[in-house]
Design a protein around this ligand. Structure first.
Ligand SMILES: O=c1[nH]cnc2c1ncn2[C@H]1C[C@H](O)[C@@H](COP(=O)(O)OP(=O)(O)O)O1
Length: 247
């Protein structure tokens, strides 16, 4: 299978490129593997030590390899094939989180963005689903009883979406962990597309990611394409968007 279509092929400067989503069968008939991962989050009024707004609880996991990542996995290598990408994602969510499919099944409406890694010949599809605070706590609790808990998933973590007064501890420090695949990019894209990160916070995040400056272009692309698909979702005022608007 040839390289997936990409609006701006500048992969040389960065190992990942945004691509249009292929369907499950396309991946299975070619040599490209596909993975799906998902962000589950709940907006909250809760405050950290009664002062700092938490904004949202965002679920990630400590993986078996010591890296942080979202629940999910490869969906194109199954002995019994999944029918769709979302079937594959939901199968992974049941295995890793024991997610109740009667209430929280992922579908196309939760799709956010896809990136292709030519080196690994792998497409990484990303989804996000908002739940209530009560549901979030339930999902966290259930995850301890999941089949993969203690194996592929060594723990459930929440992203600290606040920065302490020193301007460093909190989100900036969290972002310096090791992340699997594109998951650090997905964190930022997920927060921006779902209005959980303001432009100044995005700039702080980018400043602490010197190894990942290529993500700035990809965050901009991902937010723009998400906005095109979901007209009703307000797009954060990214610096790049302002530059485009002023042209
Ligand atoms: O959360 C993630 N976001 C993006 N890419 C990820 C994430 N977690 C892992 N990865 C990358 C790294 C691996 O190359 C593949 C497969 O991921 P994994 O979840 O380990 O899948 P399997 O358990 O092997 O099915 O994606």
């Amino acid at each position: 299978m040839s390289r997936p279509h990409n609006g701006s092929a500048t992969a040389a400067e960065f190992p990942w490129d945004q691509v249009q989503q292929l369907d499950y069968q396309d991946a299975n008939t070619g040599s490209i593997a596909q993975a799906c991962h998902a962000m589950i989050f709940a907006k909250t009024e809760a405050k950290f030590v009664s002062q700092l707004p938490c904004k949202a609880w965002v679920l990630m996991q400590m993986r078996f390899d010591g890296k942080l990542g979202f629940p999910g996995g490869v969906v194109s290598d199954q002995a019994i094939p999944d029918t769709t990408l979302e079937d594959g994602l939901n199968r992974e969510m049941e295995e890793e989180l024991a997610l109740d499919m009667s209430r929280f099944a992922f579908s196309k409406k939760h799709y956010v963005v896809s990136h292709f890694c030519p080196k690994a010949n792998l497409i990484l599809n990303f989804y996000a689903q908002e739940v209530t605070e009560q549901e979030f706590k339930e999902i966290e609790g259930n995850a301890l009883r999941a089949e993969e808990y203690g194996h592929e998933c060594l723990g459930i973590v929440r992203i600290p979406l606040f920065t302490l007064q020193d301007g460093h501890n909190g989100l900036p420090v969290f972002l310096q962990n090791q992340f699997a695949g594109t998951s650090i990019l997905q964190v930022i894209v997920g927060l921006c597309t779902h209005n959980l990160m303001k432009p100044d916070e995005l700039n702080t995040a980018m400043a602490v990611l010197p190894r990942h400056q290529g993500y700035r272009r990809l965050v901009h692309q991902a937010v723009a394409s998400f906005r095109d698909r979901q007209q009703t979702i307000r797009v954060p005022d990214l610096p790049e968007n302002r530059a485009v608007a002023h042209k």
